[in-house]
Design a binder for this molecule. Structure first.
Ligand code: ATP
Ligand code: MG
Length: 681
């Protein structure tokens, strides 16, 4: 049974305020997420709200998973049946799966991955400019995504374009959207945009969902973008039972269209809002909190908060000055060993290495591997991003939706089957001229001029193979057996060995394809109503937060050091945090210094990083780094100077790593002159 007494008075207030809009605006580690989970339990147990009327939206799959687990722990699995705890994207898929036909798509629509999108835009770009690069495609996709997050349609985009890339985007965006629809495919942003359009256009559906989700909660509300906001506004209109929790100081997705104004304006947008603030932090010890408060107070536009803790001051914050990249990695490893020696209760999974950009992970990965320390890398090249895995998934996507042209082209001649690039061009041209989907062209290849008979034969065999397996995959109980037979029939393993010179690499790639089989078998075991569509949907909705790993990696992750970007670390906590690369150019990032001039968002990132630490925070920075093979001088981050000297102890890479509190105090008094010297003051 859930006990309200385990909460402080403000948290209790938030949990038991169940009707009408509620804004919980509070600093890091003050129990916002905990309030949401307790509120769900309270609704179920004290207010007898049926589980299916509860909707909780969080930012990542991992957060959604954890939230569900916490609620299940408190009330049992059965009581949670029908409750929706989801990310924005998976909530929208849920809605679209049932109603997308009203928007002219078919129910078996494909969700395009970033790689699928790239392929499509590259093809469209080729028609516009001959020498278009992958970078152009990336920038265009970025602009399309940005437009979609602001609900700007292709037609509206035209008028706002000025710079050269925008001009290209204005040309490509309408065609991109048209092609997607023709392929019965949607991209990630479409999931949100289409759900909003669906509810805007269909009053009956809108009313249905408003009634259905009587109690709505949103975590990390400071990072909602306009399309997400619009969705929430639509769903909550009428009853207004929307509880949002967030921290304006942790708004770190401005670069993706999130608008911190959304949380600051909540009270105006939802009349009758109850505002509750939390100020007690339960996560970090005092010195860490002092550092966090001192850094964030330098931002201007923010709601003043003063986080405090009933915990003691704890250990001082360490700042390790390292010689270069390698030294920084070694320092972290040494520290991990030292801490494990001092505190035997710690596990590898109690340590996290956080950085501003994913490329910073390389030196740490090398060193951790060298030392045989298990680690998980979140957000790097992930399992489902690997080429050989994408090839298998492409087959499955086409089996679900044969109009998915991007994936159809990917597998058309993979493995090699006599349908080379010239033949593919002829097929594409014919499809464009006749306005027939490529799949329909493949069904009757004889109509295509100049195709040689061998190719026609190969195409027919390819189509027959797909048709055969499409039929067989309809048997949900045999999904993984069918996939195994498909892989064997395609002889993909042989193809890999033919293409890959390095036998070891080839073996790993074949194993990765086998892991898709394992993933499918695991999916079969878990799901009450498995289907190929369901499996593909699960794979498509995996986000940057992982775990997009194979089984072996998953097991390893249970006691492994976590490495991830500051963005991915939102909402999480670790006993020991290494915040690395505390240098100008990394944090704040050079883009914010020289291009966007938005140092405040960088400071918020720094604040997010600091406040992930529970017991110990170690900041690191290098004096030099290698760039294109040359050594480059680095300057300490300006945020270091904002941390009061009494809580920070500076250690040179030559001084002893683990210091006693007295030594720490002594070093602290020497610190400020050290920083100034480094800054060249
Ligand atoms: P963030 O801003 O980083 O998302 P948050 O405000 O969501 O943080 P939580 O993750 O909910 O904070 O809580 C931080 C930690 O404090 C968790 O370990 C949580 O269990 C603990 N905690 C929260 N409230 C209390 C409380 N009243 N008593 C004891 N522990 C608490
Ligand atoms: Mg939280």
């Amino acid at each position: 049974m859930f006990d309200l007494d385990s909460l402080n008075p403000q948290q209790r207030d938030a949990v038991s305020h169940t009707e009408g809009p509620l804004l919980l605006l509070a600093g890091a580690g003050s129990g916002k997420t905990r309030v949401i989970t307790c509120r769900i339990v309270y609704l179920l147990q004290q207010r007898s709200v049926p589980a299916e009327q509860i909707l909780a939206v969080t930012f990542t799959n991992k957060a959604a998973r954890e939230m569900r687990e916490r609620v299940e722990e408190m009330v049992g699995r059965k009581a949670c049946k029908g409750m929706v705890i989801a990310t924005f994207h998976s909530l929208c898929v849920r809605i679209l799966k049932v109603h997308i036909e009203r928007l002219g798509y078919k129910k078996n629509f494909s969700i395009y991955s970033a790689a699928d999108q790239q392929q499509l835009v590259k093809r469209l770009l080729k028609d516009e400019i001959a020498d278009a690069t992958g970078k152009d495609a990336e920038q265009i996709l970025w602009q399309i995504s940005d437009a979609k997050s602001r609900l700007i349609d292709p037609e509206q985009f035209v008028s706002s374009s000025r710079d050269p890339i925008s001009c290209l985007t204005a040309l490509v965006y309408p065609r991109y959207q048209k092609e997607l629809k023709a392929y019965n495919a949607v991209d990630f942003d479409d999931l949100l945009v289409l759900a909003v359009r669906l509810l805007e256009k269909n009053n009956d559906l809108l009313e249905h969902y408003q009634q259905h989700f009587r109690y709505q909660m949103v975590d990390e509300y400071q990072d909602t973008n306009p399309v997400q906001y619009r969705l929430l506004k639509l769903l909550a209109d009428g009853h207004g039972n929307l509880c949002v929790v967030g921290d304006d100081d942790q708004s770190i997705y401005g670069f993706r269209g999130a608008d911190v104004g959304t949380i600051l304006n909540f009270e105006q947008d939802f009349s009758g809002t109850r505002l509750i603030k939390l100020e007690q932090n339960y996560r970090s010890s005092g010195n860490i909190l002092t550092a966090a408060n001192a850094v964030i107070k330098n931002n201007n536009k923010r709601k003043e908060k003063a986080l405090w803790t009933a915990d003691g001051a704890g250990r001082l914050v360490d700042y390790l000055i390292c010689a270069d990249d390698e030294d920084e990695a070694c320092q972290v490893i040494e520290r991990i060993h030292a801490e494990l020696g001092r505190q035997p209760q710690l596990k590898y999974s109690d340590f996290a290495i956080l950085y501003r950009t994913n490329t910073q992970s390389r030196a740490f990965e090398e060193q951790l591997r060298y030392e045989n320390i298990p680690y998980v890398l979140i957000g790097g090249q992930q399992f489902f991003d690997r080429k050989e895995v994408k090839d298998v998934i492409a087959y499955l996507k086409v089996l679900v939706n044969p109009f998915d042209e991007v994936n159809l082209l990917r597998i058309l001649n993979y493995p090699k089957r006599n349908i080379g690039a010239t033949s593919a061009d002829k097929l594409i041209r014919f499809s464009a001229e006749t306005e027939l989907p490529l799949w329909n062209v493949l069904l009757e290849p004889e109509q295509v001029p100049d195709l040689n008979p061998k190719t026609v034969e190969a195409i027919s065999a390819f189509v027959q193979l797909l048709e055969r397996y499409r039929y067989r995959f309809r048997q949900p109980l045999y999904l993984s057996d069918t996939l195994r037979e498909l892989l064997e029939e395609l002889k993909l393993a042989e193809e890999i060995y033919r293409q890959e010179n390095d036998a070891q690499k080839a073996r790993r790639r074949v194993e990765n394809q086998e892991e898709v089989l394992n993933a499918m078998a695991a999916y079969l075991e878990r799901e009450a109503e498995p289907s190929l569509v369901g499996f593909i949907e699960k794979v498509s909705l995996l986000d940057d937060d992982g775990p997009k790993k194979n089984d072996k990696e998953q097991k390893l992750a249970q006691n492994a050091v976590t490495m991830m970007s500051l963005h991915s670390s939102k909402g999480l906590e670790f006993p020991v945090v290494f915040l690395v690369g505390m240098e100008e150019g990394f944090l704040p990032h050079k883009k914010s210094i020289y291009e966007t001039f938005d140092i405040d968002e960088e400071r918020r990132l720094c604040y997010v990083g600091i406040t992930r630490a529970q017991r110990q925070l170690v900041l690191l920075g290098a004096q030099q780094r290698r760039k294109y093979g040359k050594l480059e001088q680095r300057e300490p981050s300006r945020f270091l100077v904002e941390i009061p000297e009494e809580v920070l102890v500076r250690c040179d890479s030559n001084t002893p790593q683990v210091t006693s509190p007295e030594q720490q105090a002594q070093s602290a008094s020497n610190f400020f002159s050290g920083i100034s010297a480094l800054l060249g003051d």
